[in-house]
Design a protein around this ligand. Structure first.
Ligand code: COA
Length: 226
């Protein structure tokens, strides 16, 4: 039985059995029709939250047209949040005031409410790749795509797409550097270690977090032959 278990709410327990309740696997605590989270992606927040979906993406509602998709093995530090498309008011007219929100009557139907969420110029889905590390208090803006292996520095405000395996920082977040050369990034995205069986990931985690591409390739070949 692998020690890594994607279904556990709290994946971290000390040798004496003390469970670290501030660390949760998002898939185990999020049940939201507009959010998809891959296995092993976790959130560490110093306060234990009652509703992780509402904290992570506070403006994403069940009738929202956009989705938030988070890949596998992402690491979210305290305070990471996503402002999704529904947070934006309609900016196409003279005023952005959301009159309709305050003028509902008993005759207002669910279809009317859903229509209110379809505002022109919305930015669409937010997508986070696999193995993305987001530092403390990062804020991701609507419609952004963050590639595999990205690192977002603490307090970054990520307003534009981020290419795979790059580091971004600041407000607005700008590239600090790429983590690896182009050939290595291409190889990592072909190998996709995060899709290996969990037993192989567990057995070879030191190679996954190491920097020997030939060793990683050898294991990828073994995994493919199984
Ligand atoms: C992104 C990070 C990993 C980069 O670490 P690093 O490779 O050692 O980078 P450096 O400290 O050499 O900084 C590189 C550049 O990015 C800038 N930078 C780093 N972190 C920054 C931040 N949070 N905001 C703005 N700029 C930042 C530095 O000023 C430096 O700029 P310069 O090249 O113009 O001098 C680190 O700064 C960070 O933010 N870690 C997140 C830690 C965290 O939140 N942990 C929570 C628990 S998981």
């Amino acid at each position: 039985m692998p020690l890594l278990n994607p279904n556990k709410t709290h994946p971290m327990a000390m040798p004496d059995g003390t469970v670290i309740e501030q660390t949760v696997q998002l898939k185990a605590v999020i049940d939201h029709p507009r959010i998809e989270v891959g296995d092993f992606s976790y959130y560490h927040n110093f306060e234990i939250l009652q509703d992780y979906a509402a904290f992570l993406a506070p403006y994403l509602f069940p009738p929202s047209p956009e989705k938030l998709t988070i890949g596998k093995f992402c690491q979210f530090a305290h305070g990471v949040r996503f402002i999704t498309s529904t947070a934006n008011h309609d900016m196409s007219g003279f005023s952005t005031y959301p009159f309709q929100n305050f003028m509902m009557t008993p005759e207002t139907t669910m279809d009317d409410i859903v229509a209110m969420f379809h505002v022109p110029g919305r930015k669409g889905d937010t997508v986070v790749g696999n193995d993305v590390w987001m530092g403390m208090d990062c804020m991701v803006m609507p419609g952004v795509t963050i590639g595999d292996g990205v690192i977002c520095a603490a307090r970054s405000v990520i307003a534009r797409d981020v290419p795979p395996y790059s580091i971004v920082a600041g407000n607005p977040a700008r590239p600090v550097r790429r983590r690896f050369d182009d050939a290595t990034i291409a190889a990592l995205q072909e190998i996709r270690w995060w899709d290996w069986p969990v037993e192989a990931i567990e057995a070879h985690h030191a190679v996954i977090t190491g920097a020997d591409l030939d060793a990683l390739r050898r294991i990828a070949d073994e995994v493919a032959c199984r």
